[in-house]
Design a protein around this ligand. Sequence first.
Ligand code: SF4
Length: 277
Amino acid sequence: MVNENDAEASFVPMSSAPDKWLRKEHLPHIWCPGCGIGTILRQVIEQFTKLGWKNDDVVFVTGIGCTGRASGYVNAQTLHTIHGRALPTATGIKMARPDMHVVAMLGDGDGVGIGGNHFIHAAKRNIGVTAIVVNNRIYGMTGGQVSPTTPQGSKSTTTPYGNVEPSMDVCKLALGAGATFVARVHTANPVYVGQIIGRALQHDGFAVVEVLSQCPTYFGRFNGMPDPVQMLQWFKENTFMAKSPEDEKEGKIPIGVFKDDKTTPELSKSYRNLWEA
Ligand code: SF4
């Protein structure tokens, strides 16, 4: 297991994953220089390769937003759905085809803002979907508006004097709603991101991996960190390994695996058991 704070662990060797899992004809991608979404997507496809999954057996679903564009680049069965609706779409696919690996990649606004109710119900149902929540703490694509996860006091285009609302904790929400695998990581350590996404992909139930990710264009520029390296350094200095999102340490953000419950039945299997009884 990689120590999260081991700087050397950030090195990611080249692999054949991009050749198998990217639609290279759709590149170059639209993301800004220094954006964290590409780092996360790279780790997702690395894990697809490690698990030996076939392209046709993976359904990759996204909603709308900067993260939502990821489905255009992945060489799998992909759906680019409407805003906030990736999870109900993924739920329907998993119920119809429980044999498929269903992965939803969501932004914070898409996942727990506009799609918040769907997020709660996917967790409650324990549907066998991996939800990767890219939390850049802002609505990026639409111009840097405040999102549910924008920290209190942080600036955005719609909160130029600082956000007066408390921010939403994605992992606490997932735990409270019943998700059976819940973890938080950040893009300053891509190897650890990959390890945890790999565990989530193999989980039989609703698995949530919140990835703190840098948006230098909007969140960083409005909050004194216009250089993506500053944002990555901020993640390193302001997080700590924890067992629960409730853990506290000098005002830092807890990261790690907070739940890994292998006993709660997955929804599509429960439904099929009922059907066949
Ligand atoms: Fe990434 Fe932010 Fe640019 Fe969107 S606006 S592509 S999240 S850096």
